[in-house]
Design a protein. Sequence first.
Length: 294
Amino acid sequence: MQDTYVTVNGVRLHCVTEGSGQVMLCLHGFPEFWYEWKEQLREFGKDHLVVAPDLRGHNLSDKPAELEAYRIEALIGDIRGLADHFRGGKKIILVAHDWGGALAWGFAMAFPQYVEKLVIINAPHPAIFRRLLAEDKEQQAASQYMLFFRSEAAEPTMAANGYAILVETVLGELLRRGLMTEADKAEYVKAWSQPGALTCGLNYYRANRVGPPGPSAEMEQSSAAFGMDPAQMIVRVPTLVIWGEKDTALTVKNLEGLEKFVPELTVKRVPDGTHWVVHEKPAEVNGYIREFIG
């Protein structure tokens, strides 16, 4: 695996790459970083150029201070810049999870000419998610953490005791089951400890006002569609959605009606997978991706 830095859209982004051939661009979520895709780098680097960036604000990439720098438009601009840098004029395979998935949905809607195939892992389509946040009590309850992420209490609480809350939420069960090691944990804590990284990751939620209706006027402005018209949210590229059904943050209702927005849709449900299915079931996830792109 090779480390490289690419300057696109006014920011310098750290990327890890493996292999050669058609580009597979892998976008991580929060609070992850490029390391989320280490098993995909190994597997698909056999016959693709796999590119796993640290998204802006994360780990070793640039961390703009202003909140507006984390608006969805700027983030999608980064993805376009990365694609232009690596793809050599050819279409890419786009693989994404969580916040990376939100960017990938938006990028595929805006720039379908760039994407041969789209793979989404536990990341809701924005039109469906917006409806659920507005109307569905179960998803509203599951998304309360987003209001906390947007509050001033988020950083000191999450950084306390060596990032104990993040360690437990993201890695706890994986460590107990032997699916991650103490060395993996050390890599995550190192990434979270990069100056400004935690605030910048939380700024994704703040800048785009993502979350359920909240108690204050500012929180009532929550959105998940980033100002987009649902009629413009059709994804016109073949799309695979892999969904861990035990995700406690994103309910399986996010799959209902998805075919209305994604005409060429394949869904693979993982009944015992959680939000962290990429780590829990790497062989199964890779198998689904391999079948889809093959």
